[in-house]
Design a protein around this ligand. Structure first.
Ligand code: PEP
Ligand code: MG
Length: 571
């Protein structure tokens, strides 16, 4: 058995197709100054061909997987035309290098810069640079790029690594799954595998023991690959695969059905999104709104602040897509694990307890007001709910309201269209806000419980530290009790209470939250079908019984076990 990183779900049994490294020999020769002009022309022609190929792959992927996936190739096209790369290649040719060598060497230097970055996502871009440079070199040589063209039968692809353009061109009827020696969960190949729904295991390490034609089992859920399994193992996985397929079919059928219990209680299931690109997938999974739009992504991975206009366009896109369905736009939640280099924030000893989120916004009213202006302007196009992160005191809410009044007056005076028809709510993710929820409920229109942070602060357990992750438990009785108190306090004052932390998408917790009366569950879009399946199978009376039982336990692990047993026929 080979162990790797579970990059894309699903179980597949098939024959192995091992991709050999088919890098053509790179010609290396010096060119004379007289030959330079011709060499530069060859270079440009090959770049044009590369551009056409990438555009074709992009169009094909847009048709197969949607615009948001295809956008990855916009980044490729931009890299291909990046002046820094272009100038570096020309400089090499001017030094007397032939075009193939020039592209290869300049590309390696450029990729090396990405390799050296701290951010995992940016490191992943090194593969994109190498991908386009290989294609460019191949076009100079007149050879085809891509090693999957020769597949004649459906098979599981084994490779050292796959370029995003390989993955994008994969045909699901041929490529049953893929396994690579290197790569991580956030590499583009992995992201694309998930959206094309091709099971994948990456980062497995040495694959030299796998031969063409071997029978293999790929378990994309567990990140495991079994080569030449014995008949008993094979039979076991065939059974598992059947069960998984049946479940998927059943879940797919739920898309347009309401999240309603057999005894008639309805809940709202919404999606958490990071960018307007996530809208298509949210709608495809049947989200009834956005329960958390993490706007900080608009501010990250860039050299300067997004302008009001840029923000306005992003928010409007999401609001328009959801029409009258609510879109909860969370104001900037930066700090903690999320940094913005251009803000030049001081290093803090405890960033999670420091100047983050609403604190940072209130101490930078200019920055905050720009965002509020963009939201109110975009608000004309839909149903905006504004949500404040990391609220600890009532004063923070009141100061934000004052800023909102200012922004409204300014927009009015400037004659710019904007909406006053929005809701204002807060995340409940700090214990002080949870404990004082009744007071907050008089000041705001809704709550959304942010369990990711609420658990971290309630149990004093850093959510990023794997040494204490055993303590990080949504089923901890103190956490559950706090959540129930927040929901009850909200309802006593007639306001809407949702949840947008990961716990909202944890099906084992669903019945408990249903019993507590949570109004809305907001989660990664792909978790919606499973949570809906739980809601549609359990009466509220049964959920209340389970919550009663759960409250007898003093340990999170006992509660989790209770839920596993209660849901074993459903999940
Ligand atoms: C949370 O804390 O639960 C939450 C949804 O916010 P984030 O994960 O962005 O901190
Ligand atoms: Mg949070």
């Amino acid at each position: 058995m080979l162990k790797g990183i579970a990059a894309s779900n699903g179980i597949v049994i098939g024959k192995a197709y091992v991709v050999k490294e088919t890098k053509p020999e790179l010609p290396q020769h010096d060119i004379t100054p007289e030959q330079r002009e011709a060499e530069l022309e060859r270079l440009d022609r090959a770049r044009a061909v590369t551009r056409q190929q990438l555009e074709a792959i992009r169009a094909d992927l847009a048709a197969k997987a949607g615009e948001s996936e295809a956008a990855i190739f916009d980044a490729h096209l931009m890299l291909l035309d990046d002046p820094m790369l272009g100038e570096a290649v020309v400089a090499k040719i001017n030094e007397g290098r032939n075009a193939e060598m020039a592209v290869h060497q300049a590309g390696e230097t450029f990729a090396g810069m990405f390799d050296a970055m701290d951010d995992e996502y940016m490191r992943g871009r090194a593969a994109d640079v190498r991908d386009i440079c290989t294609r460019w070199v191949n076009n100079l040589l007149g050879v085809e790029t891509g090693s999957l063209g020769n597949m004649t039968e459906p098979a599981v692809v084994f490779a050292h690594d796959l370029a995003p353009s390989d993955t994008a061109q994969m045909d699901k009827t041929k490529v049953l799954a893929f396994v690579t020696e290197i790569g991580g969960r956030t590499s583009h190949s992995a992201i694309m595998a998930r959206s094309l729904e091709i099971p994948a295991v990456v980062g497995v390490g040495d694959l030299s023991t796998v031969a063409n034609g071997d029978t293999v089992i790929v378990d994309g859920n567990a990140g495991e690959v079994i080569v030449n399994p014995d008949p008993a193992v094979l039979a076991e996985y065939q059974e598992r695969r059947r069960t998984l397929e049946e479940r998927k079919e059943k879940l797919r059928a739920l898309k347009d059905l309401p999240a309603q219990t057999p005894d008639g209680k309805t809940f709202v299931l919404a999606a958490n999104i990071g960018t307007p690109d996530d809208v298509d997938s949210a709608l495809a999974y049947g989200a009834e709104g956005v329960g958390l739009y993490r706007t900080e992504f608009l501010y990250m991975d860039r050299a300067d602040m997004p302008t009001e206009q840029e923000q306005y366009q992003a928010y409007r896109k999401v609001l328009e897509a959801f029409g009258r369905l609510p879109v909860i736009i969370r104001t900037l939640d930066i700090g903690g694990d999320k940094e913005l280099p251009y803000l030049k924030l001081d290093r803090e000893l405890n960033p999670f307890l420091g100047n983050r989120a609403i604190r940072l916004c209130l101490s930078n009213p200019g920055l905050f007001k720009t965002q509020l202006r963009a939201i109110l302007r975009a608000g004309v196009s839909g149903n905006p709910w504004i949500m404040l992160p990391m609220v600890a005191t009532l004063d923070e809410v009141r100061r934000t309201k004052a800023l909102l009044r200012e922004v409204e007056a300014e927009l009015e005076a400037e004659g710019i269209p904007f909406t006053r028809d929005y809701k204002l709510g807060i995340m409940i993710e700090i214990p002080s806000a949870a404990v004082q929820a009744d007071h907050f409920a008089r000041e705001v229109d809704f709550f959304s419980i942010g369990t990711n942070d609420l658990i971290q602060y309630t149990l004093a357990v850093d959510r990023m530290n794997e040494k204490v992750s055993y303590l990080y438990d949504p089923f901890n009785p103190a956490v559950l009790r706090l959540i129930e108190q927040v929901i009850q306090a909200g309802h006593r004052h007639g306001i809407f209470v949702g949840m947008c932390g990961e716990m909202a998408g944890e099906p084992l917790a669903t019945p408990l939250l249903m019993a507590m009366g949570l109004d809305e569950f907001s989660m990664s879009a792909s978790s919606i079908p499973q949570v809906k399946a739980v809601i549609r199978s359990l009466d509220i009376a049964r959920c209340r019984e389970l919550w009663q039982q759960a409250q007898q336990f003093t340990d999170g692990s006992q509660i989790r076990q209770l839920m596993e047993e209660a849901l074993q026929d459903i999940l």
